[in-house]
Design a binder for this molecule. Structure first.
Ligand code: SF4
Ligand code: SF4
Length: 319
């Protein structure tokens, strides 16, 4: 691998954010597809490292020799409205309650997705989330559309487990049950939230309709410390970004692609001046902009972002 890194002069962040992440998502989605959808073949977990290396090599060659570009993972935030008001929401969603919420219409959703797919070879992991995703009245259409697109490998619908699924949504998920799965966040360790969580009911409906799902581990959160008034320098920011797992959670909110949900919300809420998000519709060369985005190791939001390791109870509710 070192040979290829030297040959193409690949920087550390680009290697991790683009090549390694694509290989990781490709393998992860193949394992998931076999486990949930009974598609593809069994992959021996003992051979994971070997396969990852082969996929990274392939990704590098395809990028430089064939001009291929794949999006490892992209999240579409289709509503900032939520049924909960978690104080430490890592996407800062409750702050939208004090200003204007953002709902993505199906028309805009299709516009962003079509333009992105025109410029890339695939999206390996396509995620629909919120806020609470089920609040968006056009979610069913969005699921149907994403599942119909060949360039999207796997679709994930995230819910916080507080809302019942409509009959239409269930029908769309059942029809596409070899491509889409539901991921239920799990805040049940927080006794205060137990009365609001509909896990049993949701899981019962999903099982009855042969819809694949996963439920998150019931684990601690970390305190959300938002942003500092003093941005970090290049080397501190690069290290922070390199170590932050959320650089893989690139998000589309209101037509822009940002490094993560915290950055996207900060931009929309006017908490920070963010100039390096990608304006999907107005981008003159989206493919180049995406490559620059994956190469960037000093992003505006990350300069001021405070990362914390203070463990707290999940989903403590605020005002
Ligand atoms: S953490 Fe999830 S459930 Fe809680 S406010 Fe944020 S988006 Fe809503
Ligand atoms: S802004 Fe940057 S450092 Fe902060 S959570 Fe997002 S990706 Fe990580």
């Amino acid at each position: 691998m070192q040979e290829l890194i030297e040959k193409y002069n690949i920087e550390k962040t680009f290697y991790k954010r683009y090549f390694e992440e694509n290989a990781r998502q490709r393998l992860g989605m193949e394992m998931l597809a076999f486990l949930l959808f009974k598609k593809g073949k069994f992959i021996n977990p003992m051979k994971k490292n070997e396969i990852l290396k082969a996929y990274i090599k392939e990704e590098i060659e395809n990028f430089y020799d064939k001009g291929e570009l794949n999006i490892p993972q992209i999240e579409f935030c289709i509503t900032t409205k939520c049924t909960l008001k978690c104080k430490d929401c890592c996407a800062l969603i409750p702050k939208f309650n004090k200003c204007k919420h953002i709902d993505m219409s199906f028309e805009d959703y299709k516009l962003y997705l079509d333009k992105m797919l025109k410029n890339v070879n695939s999206i390996r992991h396509f995620v629909l989330l919120g806020g609470e995703t089920l609040i968006n009245p056009e979610l069913t259409k969005m699921i149907e559309y994403a599942c119909s697109l060949e360039k999207i490998n796997v679709v994930q619908l995230i819910t916080n487990g507080t809302m019942k699924f409509s009959n239409d949504l269930i029908a769309a998920l059942r029809k596409n049950n070899k491509k889409v799965y539901v991921y239920i966040s799990n805040y049940s360790i927080n006794e205060d939230l137990k009365p609001l969580l509909k896990h049993q009911e949701i899981i019962g409906t999903l099982k009855e309709n042969d819809i694949k799902y996963q439920i998150a581990d019931n684990k601690e959160w970390v305190k959300e410390k938002e942003f500092s008034d003093t941005p970090d320098d290049i080397s501190t920011t690069s290290k922070k970004m390199y170590d932050c797992f959320r650089t893989q959670c690139n998000q589309v909110l209101n037509g822009h692609i940002d490094i993560c949900s915290k950055a996207a919300s900060a931009r929309e809420l006017g908490l920070l001046e963010i100039k390096d998000s990608i304006d999907i519709v107005n981008s003159k060369n989206l493919k180049n902009d995406l490559v620059d985005f994956y190469k960037n190791n000093y992003m505006d939001a990350c300069k001021s972002c405070i990362l914390s390791d203070e463990k707290i109870m999940p989903a403590i509710q605020g005002e």
